[in-house]
Design a binder for this molecule. Sequence first.
Ligand code: SAH
Ligand code: AVI
Length: 323
Amino acid sequence: MRSAQTLARSPDDLSDLEDEFAFSVVEGLSKARKTLPCRYFYDARGSELFEEITRLPEYYPTRTEAGILETHAAEIVEGIEERGLLVEFGSGSSLKTEILLDRIAARVAYVPIDVSDAALADAKARLAQRYPHLDVRPIVADFSDPVTLPDDLAARRKTGFFPGSTIGNLPPQDARRLLAVFGRVLGAGSRLIIGIDLKKAPRTLVRAYNDAAGVTAAFNLNLLERINRELGGTFDGGAFRHEAIYDPREGRIEMHLVSEREQEVDLCGRRFHFRDGESIHTENSYKYSVEQFRELARASGWQPQRVWTDVANQFSVHELVWM
Ligand code: SAH
Ligand code: AVI
């Protein structure tokens, strides 16, 4: 009898791939239209590149949302009581959180949740300097799974914080499910403060995802480098180019990595063929109108309350309540 290793593996047999990253990469590259999940952008290098993106002149969302939070901070935090709990999903550097923490650090504990352990460690160190008495309890986790909050904090009244329009990286059906998961994690009576990028001129959107300095291109291509580093892949980063397009029908920016020639790439004991011009779809970033997002929130079980926007109507911050 032949051993399992020597048996020819059918292309859709992924049973040897125990590692989640390896599984997702092989699964995505095995599809007729190749994809890679965008949550894997954020290794240590990817998180650094994302921080650089947030400072680019073309990438308006971060500074616009920060401006909205600054302008309306007093109203936003007014429902946060003594001994409250601030739970942030996809917290990254937790920089925007400081706008809220400057007003509430003395009365809350803070639970930042992110897949990037590097980003969480940096944020925790910085917050310890800035707010020496704040109780910060980072959780490294995928926020799509219901997280278990620390036992000693679980009974507190919770405010969820989900800035950055990160929810826009999910298709609306998954976004709806994710909001319902957050509702169950946070519990009855909790609020969610969530940032959503708004629909606008396609030219502005495309520029935000295809900046002149090439930082977004480097962020996208880092995914191939991560595959090489962690999964022993043989991607030639120089043979793929970054592309960002706006699909008005879907209301989303799509990011792709386009093969610049016919080529083959090996990883995890498999060989993947790329045609000249074939793309790997790496990210969607859905844009909403204020009303579209309120409808999505309602469909997931949240009750929309106040909405704050900037004067140019580029970005929105929504207050939702879970009954
Ligand atoms: N909230 C920050 C960072 C946004 S970038 C801001 O507004 O600027 C998106 C963040 O979400 C990254 O830090 C990334 O690591 C994290 N992230 C993406 N998908 C995730 C997932 N499925 N689970 C947990 N964190 C995730
Ligand atoms: C985190 N997320 C909301 C960003 C976005 O705008 O969709 C990720 C990003 N991708 C390219 N630039 C920024």
